[in-house]
Ligand binder design. Structure first.
Ligand SMILES: C[S@@+](CC[C@H](N)C(=O)[O-])C[C@H]1O[C@@H](n2cnc3c(N)ncnc32)[C@H](O)[C@@H]1O
Length: 314
């Protein structure tokens, strides 16, 4: 499929299922809020008189950016998304809260962003793996960031999400068994209730995220669709992620929610010593192989000069 066809399919999907419905704050959300407030303080100091600007790239229904705009009224938020229906919900949400510091625009992230003034912070949460060309999107985000700007990226991880991708493929086969299923949500719900008995759902929502999140996931059609029926979801591993962010002019500041060490898994001095001798790139790759997370949540810095494809971080 061409980039255009993938984007069209994904857009049609999100026009039908605007994500997220109502998303409770989870562990990643809390970690993010703490980091984000630190970034805002830094930007406010650096900017002096200029207003801090934040872009939510692929903002969906505005769950994140509208909440942030409510918390930080003196910061300007911009949300772009390719789904008109999602943006309508985001606009409604922000006007219900009486916010004047958030602006939405329909935009395809595969095209250079339509803003002349650069951003201090860009968020791209749960979006990149649904786009037709990750590098192109990252390059576009890089161009609209200030030189010392930060990109917060949340993206599915290949090793931990792998079992779930097999579930998706299985369900897809059932949906397409003749006659093709019309009510996909109904079938997905049935599958989800049954598969739960054989295959616990720890691979579904991102982490050990407890009964509450899983119940939400199971109940809501938007979540079911997002988890099981998404027409385009590409899984990448840490090594590939490091390569693609590097080639788009970013470097890792932090892997959020992880201690970049294996001391919490082993007290073995010999293993710890060997692990700590790896350079940072290899440590991150090794951690990925060991932990097999379902998602990566990373804070990236725009590199001062684009370093091409050198994969070593230090
Ligand atoms: C899983 S939702 C995430 C929404 C939001 N960031 C959040 O975390 O709640 C993915 C969003 O990415 C948007 N999206 C996917 N591909 C896009 C593209 N090429 N350009 C703009 N938005 C895109 C979809 O329309 C959808 O709203």
């Amino acid at each position: 499929m061409s980039e255009k066809e993938i984007t069209q399919k994904s857009r049609n999907f999100y026009e039908k299922f605007q994500f997220p419905g109502n998303r409770p704050i989870d562990r990643d959300g809390l970690i993010f809020l703490r980091r984000f407030s630190g970034s805002i303080k830094d930007c406010s100091k650096n900017n002096k008189v200029q207003t801090v600007r934040v872009l939510d790239a692929g903002c969906g229904t505005g769950n994140t950016s509208v909440s942030l705009a409510g918390m930080y009224r003196n910061i300007e938020f911009y949300g772009v998304d390719n789904s008109k229906a999602s943006l309508e919900k985001a606009k409604k949400l922000s006007s219900e809260k009486g916010l004047r510091n958030i602006h939405f625009r329909k935009w395809n992230l595969l095209k250079p962003l339509p803003y002349t003034r650069k951003f201090d912070i860009v968020l791209c949460l749960g979006v990149l793996h649904h786009t037709a060309n990750m590098k192109k999107v990252l390059l576009n985000l890089n161009k609209c960031l200030k030189n010392n700007g930060k990109l917060y990226l949340w993206i599915y991880a290949k090793h931990g999400r792998y079992k779930h991708s097999l579930n998706m493929r299985f369900l897809d086969m059932l949906i397409n068994a003749k006659p093709k299923t019309k009510d996909e949500i109904h079938l997905a719900k049935e599958f989800l209730n049954q598969i739960h008995k054989i295959n616990p759902l720890e691979d579904l929502t991102g982490d050990e995220n407890t009964a509450y999140m899983q119940k939400k996931t199971i109940e809501g059609p938007v979540w079911i669709a997002d988890q099981f029926l998404n027409p385009h979801e590409i899984l990448i591993d840490m090594e590939t992620l490091i390569g693609v962010v590097d080639s788009a002019g970013f470097e890792f500041e932090n892997l959020l929610g992880f201690n970049e060490d294996i001391s919490e898994f082993t007290g073995s001095k010999i293993l710890l010593n060997k692990f700590r001798r790896l350079n940072r790139t290899d440590r991150l790759i090794a951690l990925d192989l060991l932990i097999k997370p379902e998602r990566y949540f990373v804070c990236l810095n725009k590199t001062a000069s684009k370093r091409g494809n050198s994969k070593c971080l230090h």
